[in-house]
Design a protein around this ligand. Structure first.
Ligand code: FES
Ligand SMILES: [Fe+2]
Length: 387
């Protein structure tokens, strides 16, 4: 289980004042959807109701997963774009990941083109040397005692490395007061084999997140694979909501496709699909068919307002031989390619104002995501400025 481990997990239906007990679940879901659409019932910052998430907004005071740990090699700086903010990552001699603003303060050269030496990053143009705190320490063209300009200082960011990912703190609040990292126990569990990769989407990250927790698209978007067009109904489901997370789970009959076809044959096994979001940029999908289980831990990096890179980690508890890795990775890629066909046809960010788009009961989890986003935005001072 990967419920909110703070122990504060609660049912979103309870939150809006509808008890589940003794009621027909369909009725409850309908009522709750109606209640969920009533923003004033659930938001304590009414003056933020008209704020929309735009391409330029990054919710502050959260850890963002921004790179796969194994993509950052010793001595090779890496360029990362976070909603248009250009960053550079590198490792010091101890292997610790460092994150700095990417543009050299001298003439704006991207420092990912530079080199790493003795814990410092050097600009490829005139060789200015920056330390891990972002301060310029040396200007090769200067005479020995010449001063280093005060502006020659790059912003540096707090970084952590955990669960196969490099995380950057974007914000100005106390880090200790911010939400921790979403759990991914399978990453270190020997009962599971985890592989990773990345996928480029043509859409805003909020649309990508919504796609990966969407319960109703598979029969259409994945019709040629595991989606069953003849069985499009989504059973009503319960939500569990934490402060910055939400989970929904459904049972369904799938059509085996891709690697599952070798394993399950042509049977239509009953499966369960559990989807979870964690603000600001993680979703997780758990699929279970009897004893066969997959967990997809997805970090959606907002590159800019119309591009997202998903750093995916795929854990499986079966067929753990590395020989199967290629096929598992292919399954992920083929699935995302189909999803991207839908996401690229959407426009802009997912509106956080629930009245902007129409909703159905099957969208309950995405509604919970938008409400969380809305609440997070209400706590922002000025999301468009850098922390
Ligand atoms: S542009 Fe970086 S050192 Fe001149
Ligand atoms: Fe999908």
């Amino acid at each position: 289980m990967h419920r909110n481990n703070s122990g504060s997990g609660r049912n979103i239906f309870d939150k809006v004042g509808h008890s589940q007990e003794g009621k027909n679940p369909v009725t409850v879901a309908r009522k709750s959807l109606k209640a969920m659409l009533d923003l004033t019932a659930d938001h304590d910052a009414p003056h933020f109701h008209h704020r929309q998430l735009t391409g330029l907004d990054l919710i502050r005071n959260f850890w963002y997963a921004i790179a796969l740990g194994n993509s950052l090699k010793q001595k090779h700086p890496l360029a990362v774009s976070l909603m248009g903010h250009e960053l550079v990552l590198y490792r010091d001699q101890s292997g610790r990941a460092i994150a700095l603003d990417a543009r050299c303060r001298h003439r704006g050269t991207h420092l990912a083109g530079g080199w790493v030496e003795n814990d410092c990053l050097h600009c490829p143009y005139h060789g200015w040397r920056y330390g891990s705190d972002g301060a310029c320490q040396h200007i090769p063209a200067n005479a020995e005692k010449a001063a280093i300009p005060r502006q020659a200082h790059l912003k540096s960011y707090p970084v952590r490395e955990a669960q196969g990912l490099i995380w950057l703190f974007w914000g100005d609040a106390m880090i200790e007061d911010s939400p921790g990292l979403p759990p991914f126990a399978e990453y270190t569990d020997p009962q599971w084999r985890t592989i990773n990769g990345s996928f480029h989407w043509d859409g805003h990250y909020s649309r990508v997140i919504a796609n990966t927790i969407d319960m109703a698209h598979a029969p259409f978007v994945h019709a040629t694979a595991f989606g069953r067009k003849e069985a499009p109904q989504v059973p009503s489901y319960q939500l569990e909501a934490g402060e910055w997370t939400g989970t929904g789970m459904i049972r369904f009959d799938t059509k085996p496709a891709y690697s599952l076809k070798w394993i399950l044959g042509d049977r239509f096994p009953e499966g369960s699909f559990r989807a979870t979001f964690y603000l600001p940029n993680i979703t997780r999908v758990d699929l279970k068919f009897g004893g066969i289980q997959f967990a997809l831990y997805l970090a959606h990096v907002p590159i800019n307002s119309s591009e997202t890179i998903t750093l995916w980690q795929h854990s499986r508890n079966f067929l753990k031989t590395p020989l199967a890795d290629f096929w598992m990775a292919q399954d992920v890629k083929k699935t995302f390619l189909q999803d991207n066909e839908a996401v690229r046809l959407q426009s802009g960010a997912a509106p956080v104002s629930l009245s902007e788009e129409a909703h159905a009961p099957s969208d309950a989890l995405e509604i919970a995501y938008r409400k969380c986003l809305h609440r997070a935005m209400g706590m922002q001072k000025s999301p468009r400025t850098k922390p």
